[in-house]
Design a protein around this ligand. Structure first.
Ligand SMILES: Cc1cc2nc3c(=O)[nH]c(=O)nc-3n(C[C@H](O)[C@H](O)[C@H](O)COP(=O)(O)O)c2cc1C
Length: 264
């Protein structure tokens, strides 16, 4: 049914990788609804997640958030306070909780739905990739999809049938012993950190990930880049990404413009 792969749930989780190239094959409403129904079966704090999707590639591309051009469907997952506040109003209440607290719960709700959708899509023979720049384009997304204030985009997703000719490897992860601890958090030693870096860096180098994409996070002005693509790998990439500090946190400003209020 629906091209189901009949894979074991563990196999689905372990085989999953982000897909960035898709076949020119539409996703039927039936399949999409089945995936989304499964998505919204995720555990929830307050059902604070909504999704808007489009099959209009031009619309999706106009958001400038790196939507992959072959994706037949693009989805945006939102934290939705409006629906909850309408329910509260119907019961004669007003939402006076600090929006930071509510957002925290909302992002948890959205994350769980997103992961369920990712896995349900895999189970149906589809692939997906998330787009992290989505919140930065909140205003444009609101205009494009008629989204009111207090409904905020958390993440975007391209979804479709994978173009298997574009082979994508399964990316490495930190070894489990550096992620999961029984009873006591382990403050990683420098040897542990070396092991974490080794697992990721050797894995990405073996796959030729950055050299194939020819992407590097640029250094700051005046800094010399002594790391060639033969050595440029995940730990360098993520460190360069995270050390960049803008003038301020743009998200706060964007959230405030979208009707959110934070206690100081
Ligand atoms: C919140 C989030 C945002 C992401 N944003 C992007 C993105 O903008 N573009 C992209 O190509 N991949 C994006 N990804 C996919 C990650 O690059 C990918 O999950 C990671 O490299 C691990 O690879 P895998 O999913 O194939 O295991 C994002 C993933 C997450 C969880």
């Amino acid at each position: 049914m629906f091209g189901l792969k009949h894979k074991d749930i563990f196999q689905i989780m372990h085989d999953r990788r982000s897909i960035r190239s898709f076949l020119d094959k539409p996703i039927s409403k039936e399949v999409l609804d089945k995936i989304l129904e499964a998505g919204f079966r995720a555990p929830f704090a307050a059902q604070l997640c909504s999704v808007v999707y489009t099959r209009d590639k031009e619309k999706a591309k106009s958001l400038s958030i790196g939507v992959y051009s072959t994706a037949p469907v693009f989805l945006v997952f939102f934290v939705d306070f409006v629906r909850l506040e309408k329910i509260m109003k119907a019961r004669g209440y007003e939402n006076t909780q600090d929006d930071m607290m509510s957002l925290w719960l909302g992002i948890q709700d959205v994350s769980l739905v997103v992961e369920n959708v990712t896995l349900a899509a895999e189970a149906m023979g589809l692939g997906s990739v998330l787009l992290g720049a989505t919140p930065m384009r909140a205003r444009k997304i609101s205009e494009l999809f008629g989204v009111p204030d207090r409904v905020f985009p958390v993440v975007g997703m391209c979804i479709g049938y994978p173009d298997e000719s574009d082979e994508t490897e399964i990316r490495p992860r930190f070894p489990l012993k550096y992620n999961a601890f029984e009873d006591q958090y382990s403050n990683h030693s420098s040897e542990d950190i070396q092991e974490c870096m080794k697992a990721m860096d050797e894995g990405y180098l073996a796959q030729g990930y950055y050299i194939k994409k020819r992407i590097k996070v640029p250094l700051l002005e005046g800094e010399e880049d002594g790391i060639g693509f033969d050595r440029y790998s995940w730990s360098e990439h993520i460190s360069r990404k995270f050390r960049r500090r803008g003038e301020s946190n743009p998200l706060f400003g964007i959230l405030k413009k979208q009707g959110f209020v934070f206690d100081e």
